[in-house]
Structures are given as structure tokens and as C-alpha cells.
Design a protein around this ligand. Sequence first.
Ligand code: SF4
Length: 379
Amino acid sequence: MPVVDAPTDSILHALASHGVTRRRFLEFCAATTALLALPQSYAPRIARALEDKKKPTVVWLEFQDCAGNTESFLRAVSPSVGDIVLDVLAVEYHETIMAAAGFQAEAAKDAAVAAGGHIVVVEGSVPTGANGVYCTIGGKSAVQILEEVTAGAAAVITVGTCSSYGGLPAASPNPTGAVGVPELVSGVPVINLPGCPMNVDNMVATIVHFLTFGALPAVDGEGRPLFAYGERIHDHCERRAHFDAGQFAQEWGDEGHRKGWCLYKMGCKGPSTFHNCPSIRWNGGTSWPIGAGHGCVGCSEPAFWDTMTPIYGRLPAPPGFGVTTSVEQIGAGIVGLTAAGFAAHGLIKAGQRKRAHKQDEAPIEIESATADDEEGAGQ
Ligand code: SF4
């Protein structure tokens, strides 16, 4: 992109300085428009927003986390325009990647918060037990830091399942009283990008939507953007034809596994998990867990450590599974039966998911695999 007539602190100027051509920039706008499930007529509007807008200030907090979402954020090998959009964000505070430390780092955070209008990204759950003593930074508890940093913020984005819903630290018996960020933040729009880790393409699209329209994308009943979590993994899985045909891998490395057959019997949780993994994939779109031969573990669902485990345990076959059973019925039945074996919390969440997605999905007929057929299929 040639030298541009744009403020030096604008996104357009930053992209130009990274050598992004006008063509690449417009291709990115078109791709992001598609990812956001918007008509292509919105692409010019997104382009204008990115050309005009100042780089947003970001404060990235880490609490009870493994830094996996930071890894996702930094994953670029050959950076796409989306990676560069993230790269040019004014990330004023990020414990893992910032050069400053100690009082200097705290001062940078305080200055960003004092200016207001910033975006807060949170990675990791927040321990509330014992007055928050299980996670303290600079002498303050995570609860205190979250309250201070989100005051005056424009938006809060939770990245990863721990910050969205509590994740692994909140799994039973939850010794630290860990909770997700939405349980503690009020008065500021919050959006959840769950997953272990979140997919950075969804983060880029969420930020671009916010910059373009001044608001976060529409969400489902779990606070997740519908453009990324509006459909089940099972509905777009590349192995779905084998599920419909009753062809299942029975053991790791068997003929069915080598042929790419369905992983349902190996514990795949795709039928009860909402995420766009099959379409955007990972590592620059090269692959994704099911494509690589491992079943979905349900990592973008609330309380999945309690309701979706054991990871290699097969989801129960719901009653009435047969030729007239719709995907909607299978998903709801699986979620219900799974949750029945665990906590009442899972049942409540399953009901919320069903309500949230009820209007979004028309039933799809399964043309094969009765319960008996399915038991004996795959060989
Ligand atoms: S059960 Fe899993 S592997 Fe099989 S089609 Fe559904 S999502 Fe894909």
C-alpha cells in the first residue's frame, strides 16, 4: 500500500507501513465481512472504518490462565492482514509480551485506564474465594484489578473458556471459587470468545465489527457471537457424511480412523458443541482437531470439563435415535443425557443453549443409522 493520506495513528497508516497492498487490504475486508455473516455490501463500510479509525487501546489482563490465548494471538508464521490488524493494536498492557515490568508496567496500565474508551481483553478465570487471594498482581487481587480496569472501558472481550465461563479452574470442586468475567463485570458490554484457546480470526472479526459499527456483534444465550458460535460443529464437519452413512472409527488407528470416518464413537463432542472450527480452522486454515483425527472435546461450551468428560467417553445415544431423528433432537438429547449424569448446572446450561439456538436451526433429517445400525456400523 503506498504512502497514505491518513493520520499516523490510524489503522490504515499502520497497515501501509507493514507493506500491505490495497488489494490485500480489500480482500481482508471482504473475507471479514463473510466471516461476520454480513452481506458483501458491508465490505466498503468495513474498509472505510479501518481506514479512518485510530488504533484502539487494548489492556490485556491475565488471571488463572495458561497463556494459550496469548499463543493464539501471537501465532502468525506468515502474517495475514488480520494478524497485522492485531499487531497494530495499541496494546498498552500485556504481562506476557510487554517489555516493561513492575511499577513501570503498572503505570502503563493505569495511564491507559485513566484515558478511558479502551478495550479490555481478559484471559483466564477470576478466583473469588478467600477474598481473591489465589491470584494477586502488584498487591491487588484479580477481582480488584478487573473492577478497576473495566471501569470506563468501551468493551470487554473474554478470550478462552476460562475467562468466559471459569473453565478448568472452575471445574468441580472449584477450590478457588473461580468464575468467568461476565459474572463480575456490569455496565460495560462483554462478549465471550470461548475455546481452548479462542480462534484469533474470531477475535479479529469481533474487533473489526466493533470498530465499524461501534458495537459488539449479536450474541447467543451464552454471550458468544452468533457469527462464530451460531451452529454446531457437527453440522459442518467434514466427517459428517460418514456419520450419516453409519461409518465410525472404533479404535485409534483402525481402518475407519485411517479412512477419515466419523469419530463419534471415539468420544467426539461435535454434536453438542457450537463453534465455527470446521470453516475457519487453525494455523492459517491448514487444519483443525477433527481434520487431524481427534474428536472435538467441546471446549467452547460452558462447564465442559464437568459435562463433556471423560474426553474419550462416547456421548450417550439418545432415545429414539433413528431415521426420522433430526440433528436438533440428537444434539438436545445428547446434551440432556450427558448432563443428567453430572451436575444440575449442566442441565440448566443445556436448556439455555437449546433455547438460544432454537430459532436459528431448522431440523435436518438423518437418512441412515438407526440405533441398532449405528451400534454395528463402521466395520
Ligand atoms: S460426531 Fe464428530 S467427527 Fe462425527 S460428524 Fe459429528 S462432529 Fe464430525
